[in-house]
Design a protein around this ligand. Structure first.
Ligand SMILES: Cc1cc2nc3c(=O)[nH]c(=O)nc-3n(C[C@H](O)[C@H](O)[C@H](O)COP(=O)(O)OP(=O)(O)OC[C@H]3O[C@@H](n4cnc5c(N)ncnc54)[C@H](O)[C@@H]3O)c2cc1C
Length: 478
């Protein structure tokens, strides 16, 4: 029997495994090797906090590309959603922990099958994969406790890396007033008598932290600092705008595309409409546009436009936006623009120095600057070992792993690996948009099909894979 080891048990890894199990015609062993986060939930959906909501409406969060209403149908099985009008349920931003429950429910028929004859079973293995080695015609995943797992193929579904260390953070590793990884629990580190929480970064993770502080009745103040000082925008009710995009926007190149975007934003603003519609309308083309950019254009996009793009693209639920705006109005929250140059311990606090010569002292400082994006500088032993063993290489932007069209990792000689496939945020440098469920569910199903086509060629020849042509689902509210 073939064995596939999926490394990483968040959304991407779990859904590759589920799609393998549902599509395979032959007995197959699927192992999900997962460390750290609870199985199936990953970083995003393991939060226990009810105030942490999805930032995508329920109608667009099905785990299956070929069953777009699957999440909605599952939500109807829960008493709190059962009687909501369809129009309301579709546009809801549900708690992320409920979405985590959904993922576990989707996996359950395969992790704990009722039918004892089930030919494919998914097993979770708790541990950290640190290497993948060939020995005498067999391949093994090596775990950090030195145990080994035989695997014919591996899928790297490692998710996002933790935030990169900031200058000076090496002296703060044990400091009680510093939290280097915002996705680990930090509430117990809050100073008991109030004070200032300083959040480094002003993106989605900062918004999570602000909400939690408000919900917990934090009596001190909150300050957030980032290079651009921009908070994510709110979701909004969109309008039809058929004038954009033009045909084949991927052929325009960065400069012309930017001019066109500016032009249409101006028109929309003059009409009193939200120009962010332009970003939504480009979403179905953004992977293709990125792939067609030259390396220089990609670099220019990252340095000049990416921050603005992200603020508009990764929007938050309106009710969350209101809470954050309310905190600013009441003086509880202050947003500051500034480049961080150094962190230093100062007695029980941490001092953050900024490029303009000023500094801010925090009683608790949380690094919310977002996942590290320099792939070759990773501290993950698995990636270090795969790079050192020349089994993989970085993509041209050094944002993730280099892959072929079929998601096969490219080795150091430029050849596609027959054993290693990658999925998810690791493909950011190749695809740019490779981070949210609306892209990842399609990837997960395609990766499962590709693996089965190789492992079960007879079946694949006759297989009528479930077809899915994902429609361009607009993120703005309807
Ligand atoms: C806070 C947050 C909120 C988000 N909210 C949304 C949202 O509302 N909607 C949306 O569409 N997207 C959201 N996202 C995007 C999110 O990245 C994707 O939706 C999705 O969860 C990514 O899943 P993943 O499996 O690729 O990565 P992850 O969820 O990061 O899972 C990777 C898993 O692999 C494990 N792992 C890593 N290395 C190893 C190793 N060597 N050995 C064993 N295990 C390993 C990790 O511990 C982790 O459990 C959010 C992201 C974050 C961080």
């Amino acid at each position: 029997m073939n064995t596939i080891a999926v490394i990483g048990g968040g959304f991407s890894g779990t859904m590759v495994a589920v799609n393998l199990a549902r599509l395979s015609q032959a007995p197959l062993k699927v192992l999900i090797i997962n460390r750290g986060c609870p199985n199936g939930r990953g970083v995003a959906y393991s939060t226990q906090r009810p105030e942490h909501l999805l930032n995508v409406a329920a109608r667009n969060m099905s785990a299956f590309p070929d069953h777009p209403n699957h999440l909605l149908a599952w939500l109807r099985t829960r008493v709190e959603y059962a009687d909501l009008p369809d129009s309301e349920l579709r546009e809801m931003f549900i708690p992320r922990r409920v979405f985590g429950d959904y993922l576990l429910a989707v996996a359950l028929p395969y992790t704990d099958p009722v039918d004892p004859m089930a030919s494919v079973k998914i097993e979770f293995v708790c541990g950290e994969a640190v290497d993948f080695q060939q020995k005498e015609n067999r391949s093994y995943v090596i775990l950090s406790d030195c145990s080994e797992v035989v695997a014919d193929k591996i899928v790297l579904a490692l998710g996002n890396q933790p935030p990169a260390d900031l200058p000076g953070a090496e002296d703060l590793s044990d400091h009680s007033a510093y939290c280097a990884n915002p996705w680990k629990p930090w509430l117990d580190s809050l100073p008991p008598n109030g004070g200032k929480v300083l959040l480094l970064g002003t993106g989605l993770t900062t918004v999570d932290a602000i909400l939690t502080l408000i919900e917990c009745g934090w009596e001190g103040t909150i300050q957030a600092v980032s290079r651009n000082g921009l908070l994510p925008r709110s979701h909004f009710k969109g309008i039809e705008y058929p004038d954009f995009p033009p045909e084949n926007p991927e052929e325009l190149g960065l400069e012309k595309l930017n001019q066109l975007i500016e032009h249409h934003c101006e028109i929309l603003k003059n009409q009193g409409a939200n120009p962010a519609i332009i970003v939504d309308k480009l979403r179905p083309f953004s992977q293709l546009i990125w792939q067609r950019f030259t390396r220089e254009e990609k670099t220019q996009f990252c340095s000049q436009y990416a921050a603005r793009w992200n603020v508009v693209r990764h929007r938050i639920a309106p009710q969350i936006h209101e809470q954050v705006s309310g905190a600013i109005k009441s003086g509880k929250l202050e947003i500051k623009k500034g480049s961080i140059t150094k962190l230093q311990p100062t007695n029980d606090c941490v001092t953050v120095s900024l490029e303009d010569g000023t500094s801010i002292v925090g009683d608790l400082v949380i690094n919310c600057t977002g996942p590290m994006t320099r792939f070759s500088k990773t501290e993950m032993p698995l990636i270090q070992n795969l790079l050192a063993g020349r089994q993989i290489q970085s993509d041209e932007m050094d944002m993730g792993i280099s892959v072929s069209e079929n998601f096969n990792a490219i080795d150091s000689e430029g050849n596609p690996s027959s054993k290693i496939i990658a999925i998810g945020p690791l493909l950011r440098g190749t695809l740019w948009e490779s981070v949210a469920v609306p892209e990842l569910r399609g990837q997960a199903m395609r990766v499962a099909q590709i693996l089965l086509e190789e492992l079960e060629p007879d079946h694949a020849r006759d297989a009528a894979w479930p077809s899915f042509e994902e429609k361009a689902v607009m993120e703005y509210m309807i």
